[in-house]
Design a protein around this ligand. Sequence first.
Ligand code: ATP
Ligand code: MG
Length: 411
Amino acid sequence: MLIGLRAKNFGILGDVTVGAVDDVLVDRGPEAGLTPVTALIGRNSTGKSTVLDALSFLADCLRDGVSSASSAGRRGGFTELRTFGACGPMELEVALDAPDRSCVLDYTLRLACDGHGRPAVESELVRRLVTDGEGKRSFQDVLRLENGQGRIMVSGSSAPDASALLPAGVADLRKPGLSAYGTLTGQPQLRALLGTMTRWYFYRFDAEAARTAHAGGGHRHVSPTGDNLANVVQYLEEESPHELQVLLQRISARMPGLGLVTTSRSPDGKVLLRFNGTDGAHPVYLDRLSDGTLKLFTYLLLMEDPTPRPLVCLEEPESGLYHDMVEPLAAEFRRHATGTRDGEEGAQVLFTTHHPYLLDSLRPEEVWLLERGPDGLASARRAGDDPVVAGMTAQGIGLAALWYGSYLDRD
Ligand SMILES: Nc1ncnc2c1ncn2[C@@H]1O[C@H](COP(=O)(O)OP(=O)(O)OP(=O)(O)O)[C@@H](O)[C@H]1O
Ligand SMILES: [Mg+2]
């Protein structure tokens, strides 16, 4: 699970922490961090989407290198991405719970650029959080690199001293060293870190892409634009046809007015998704589905993923949905995140929202508020850390009412 993110000199995030990293992790423990379901709220242009993009950028750096990551999508290159007016390095730090819950790891990636604006890795640090016999927490180095040179913890070591570290080095500073060291079988913690971050999922709904028929073939996961829904269903049908039918029935029950969702095959053998309607007489297929229905179907399919991503990040999932669909969607997020069905493992959901119903489905410790200061840069704080908010929600007042009453935002 993602426990926290700190971003320095990343867009509007001059120095912003969401969740717990570094000293906060040592002082207050992982409990001060992000929750299985977390919402980011705040006025327009306060940095909510930038928080999600900072995570996405980090994953892209590890997968594709820092240059490609800087210019991917709408990022516009490193100098556009770094906070305007800042000349120091860009720094991204995340704290994660290892998938087997065996340890908490904290990873810092610092990037600088040359005179031509070309980014390179300046330093990297992986630390694990250890607790001594008296319950005192501290960090222990696992990997430390400065300009590609440094030390790595001896495989399997738990000794807290520097003798447990071996020399380490990477030649290419366009890619984080973790991309290489995280593939070594003898480094389970680095493998867990790399494996988790590169499986984070960032979904950007694109109705046209979702309607476009793909070539056939099964896909295990929904793509970031949702343009492979039929392929995902085909994969599930090939893997486990009975479970797919149960899954489609569950989805159908949450999409009123659409009737049962079933599958059929095109003459050339591709799986087609058939939305049968309430009378069953006028079925429609993906290409004729409305934008909102398509979006809802995609979310529900995502939340049913039998091998879920460790973290699913969503931008304003409520947009385009009828108001009475928002609460059921929030319930699906929670079920997905806490894994309450059939003892399955939960997977974290992090989303931005402007919707009061989504907010009302959350506890104050699950909500982070982004604000913009007089310097034009963002700051973040957890709604539950505000004693007034905590007190009022304890009395049963919903978060949406507090939001509208300006108890969450400071004007
Ligand atoms: N390199 C940069 N340095 C400083 N600020 C930047 C930089 N790049 C973009 N910004 C500012 O960051 C803001 C974008 O923030 P973001 O998109 O994260 O807002 P948001 O909270 O998601 O807003 P909305 O609710 O409208 O979606 C814009 O106001 C933009 O001007
Ligand atoms: Mg936004």
